[in-house]
Design a protein around this ligand. Structure first.
Ligand code: NAD
Length: 514
């Protein structure tokens, strides 16, 4: 119904503003102070850079030791194209509101561009550009062949009904379609803060209405429900990648030396800030693998229990009561950001950017800080933490599990077949024949359970987990190697790797249009 209404409208009647620009390579972007509200400023001094300024500061540091030419560096750093729209949406028959939305494509050195769509009151152009830049570097770090992009719609999703959100999401998608900012080979959104599988379904359905001939339409967006062409494992992918990444770092002798921690997750104390998609799944994987989750932070309050929180029970409690308040024996912290300052082995900021700045960095007691959120630490705070011997595992590496599995989902959509469908039974039959030969030679028959365990062919989610684990292990190793080679911190090392890979792609593809 909504889609039909959308299709009847002609482009000429749309009250949208399109700002498309190609950034010139030599233009240095000035420091831009974040326009965000108190939530993303509480930890930071006024003179600290905003989110985009932070990303650029980190980039510049890595650029200096990357060995790449100035021309290439400024071309890599510049945000390529930005779409800025304002459109009316009928909230109810008497009430139309003007909604503001953005999509930034930071780099098209590989296509499609890829990056989430955020629904938040705090969305602004700088935030979207910062997140799009991070996406380019993140994809390069984990060898996902995409350019970086990000989208945002400025609204608080809690203030709208599902029907209203559907109208807004479809209208925003219509803008993306009309301005050629979405498509399986152009730009592929995914979930981010405030969006999930439901919104991705609406996006795909709207894209399909505008592109009925596109046989690959399902690949225009990832993070979809399974019934809409999603892949098993995408929902938990970012949190699972965070778990794999921290586990990997804990194996490294230099990390054990810096942190004073032994290898392995079991027995470690963990605090997670943000209990949404990324925070919940990260907490769950740490918990299931023997860590003690002693604190979980949310936007209203935080919960702390030195004896450990039961993650599923906490999730159920919050779903039913709307808050951590009243949960078991947990101490409730009314100033939620203070949870970051409690003693623990591993701190996982998984909420928003700029949560650790100069105001609170000196109070952070965790030995390892794993950035599950994008941009949770400012450059000055990062330097302070590193100077104190803390291990900071950077966002562009640690939360890359989401885009890695989005890549797998996109591949599934383009191949139109579930992973494992063609090979599972074939592999099982081959392994079964081999086992029979082994049994004949060994003179002993396996029990049915033993046989089943060995011949079991991989299900889709097992293949996805395996691909994600392999990707995270590889990227952690590469980051560690560059950190050792360049004698630098892990963030700078990951960025050096990203810059060098992007530069190789752009240089080898030629300079025809520069
Ligand atoms: P989400 O909307 O599912 O969850 C965010 C959670 O943080 C919500 O529960 C929200 O209430 C909470 N929150 C908001 N402000 C807070 C505050 N000031 N203090 C504590 N909690 C607060 O979003 P998400 O998808 O989990 O994303 C979280 C972070 O991870 C973002 O930085 C996002 O860009 C990044 N990220 C997400 C993905 C993904 O696949 N979803 C991938 C990579 C990175």
């Amino acid at each position: 119904m909504v889609a039909a209404t959308l299709l009847r409208r002609t482009p000429g009647t749309l009250s949208s503003a399109l700002r498309l620009h190609r950034a010139t390579a030599a233009v240095a972007t000035p420091f831009v102070r974040s326009l965000s509200t108190h939530v993303t400023n509480a930890a930071c001094e006024d003179y600290e850079p905003g989110f985009l300024g932070s990303v650029e500061t980190f980039f510049d540091r890595a650029a200096r030791i990357s060995g790449i030419s100035e021309n290439s560096l400024s071309a890599i750093k510049a945000v390529d194209s930005v779409l800025s729209v304002k459109f009316p949406v009928e909230i109810d028959p008497d009430n139309h509101v003007i909604i503001e939305g953005y999509r930034a494509q930071h780099s098209r050195h590989r296509l499609p561009c890829k990056g989430g769509i955020r629904f938040s009151d705090e969305v602004d152009l700088q935030e979207v550009e910062a997140l799009a830049s991070l996406m380019t570097y993140k994809c390069a770090v984990v060898d996902v062949p995409f350019g970086g992009a990000k989208g945002g719609v400025k609204l608080n999703p809690k203030k709208f009904t599902p029907a209203q959100l559907e109208r807004i999401t479809r209208r925003y998608t219509m803008e993306l379609c009309q301005k050629n900012f979405i498509g399986p080979g152009i730009d592929v959104p995914a979930p981010d803060v405030g969006t999930g599988p439901r919104e991705m379904s609406w996006i795909m359905d709207t894209y399909r209405q505008f592109n009925p001939q596109d046989v690959n339409a399902a690949g225009c967006v990832t993070g979809k429900p399974i019934s809409q062409g999603g892949v098993r494992g995408r929902n938990e992918a970012t949190g699972l990648g965070v778990y794999y990444g921290v586990r990997e770092f804990l194996h490294f002798p230099e990390v054990q030396k810096m942190s004073g921690l032994t290898g392995g997750i079991a027995g470690k104390t963990v605090i997670v800030q943000g209990f949404g998609n990324v925070g919940y799944w990260a907490a769950k994987f740490f918990y299931n693998n023997g860590a003690k989750i002693i604190g979980v932070g949310e936007h209203d309050v935080s919960a702390y229990d030195p004896n450990g929180l039961d993650i599923e029970a906490l999730f159920k409690h919050r779903s039913e009561k709307g808050s951590f308040k009243g949960f078991g024996n947990a101490e409730i912290i009314d100033e939620p950001i203070k949870i970051l300052e409690r003693e623990c082995d591993i701190l996982i900021p998984a909420a928003l950017e700029r949560q650790i700045g100069l105001k609170n960095a000196k109070h952070i007691k965790a030995k390892i800080i794993g950035e599950a959120a994008n941009g949770p630490i400012t450059p000055d705070a990062h330097d302070y933490l590193v100077s104190q011997g803390k291990v900071v595992i950077p966002d562009l590496l640690l939360n890359a599990g989401g885009v890695t599995v989005s890549y797998f989902e996109w591949l599934k959509n383009l191949s139109h077949v579930r992973f494992g469908r063609m090979s599972r039974k074939w592999e099982e039959a081959g392994k079964s024949k081999l086992l029979t030969l082994v049994e004949e030679n060994a003179g002993r028959q396996l029990t049915p359970q033993e046989r089943r365990a060995v011949i079991h062919g991989a299900e889709e989610h097992e293949l996805i987990y395996s691909g994600l684990e392999d990707t995270m292990i590889g990227a952690c190793e590469e980051t560690r190697a560059t950190a050792a080679l360049k004698k630098t911190d892990f963030r700078t090392a990951a960025l050096v790797n990203a810059i060098q890979k992007i530069s190789t792609v752009t240089t080898q593809s030629g300079q025809m249009f520069l």
